[in-house]
Design a protein around this ligand. Structure first.
Ligand SMILES: *[C@@H]1O[C@H](CO)[C@@H](O)[C@H](O)[C@H]1NC(C)=O
Ligand SMILES: *[C@@H]1O[C@H](CO)[C@@H](O)[C@H](O)[C@H]1NC(C)=O
Ligand SMILES: *[C@@H]1O[C@H](CO)[C@@H](O)[C@H](O)[C@H]1NC(C)=O
Length: 141
């Protein structure tokens, strides 16, 4: 699967940067993404919270920098958009990060992937074009 091989590449890359890596530092942890939940709907341009369960991650990982990618499930792949991360430079120990929903095609099979030393993906959710707020009249614009 594309996602697994991407993780392997990341692990290999960080091994190169960090020098010898002990087996323990590569122990797999499985950050459980608690938001978005399955079937949630995000509108383009809105801010959305992505949160993960810190109990599923060893505290030794909390200071590590995470990266959040958007992808969608199709053809047995997560199709992660590596070139346009939703968020970078946050700490895994933050437990959440707020993102702005990018201008992407509408789909009902989006996922987010939280990457640190390992990674995990969320349940599938939707992104839609933001509905025009009904309270906004032409004169307001
Ligand atoms: C994380 O970093 C802070 C300050 O940078 C330090 O006090 C703390 O001990 C670190 N925690 C871990 C688990 O490494
Ligand atoms: C899935 O694979 C088929 C055949 O290779 C291709 O035509 C289609 O565009 C792919 N769909 C997505 C969403 O990548
Ligand atoms: C997000 O994380 C911060 C700490 O980094 C915490 O104070 C806050 O309660 C969290 N918010 C949610 C909605 O989980």
């Amino acid at each position: 699967m594309m996602f697994k091989s991407f993780i392997a590449v990341l692990a290999a890359a960080s091994a190169v940067v960090a020098g010898p890596v002990t087996r323990a530092t590569l122990d797999v942890w499985d950050p459980k993404i608690t938001n978005p939940t399955a079937g949630q709907v995000w509108a383009i341009g809105n801010k959305q919270l992505v949160a993960w369960d810190l109990n599923s991650i060893p505290s030794s990982e909390y200071n590590k920098t995470g990266m959040l990618l958007l992808g969608y499930i199709a053809n047995d792949s997560e199709n992660l958009d590596i070139k346009h991360p939703l968020a970078t430079g946050f700490s895994i120990g933050d437990g959440n990060v707020t993102v702005t929903v990018p201008e992407v095609q509408e789909r009902d099979n989006y996922v987010v992937a939280l990457l640190g030393d390992s990674g995990n993906i969320s349940p599938q959710f939707s992104i839609i074009t933001a509905p025009v707020p009904s309270t906004l009249s032409d004169s307001d614009q």
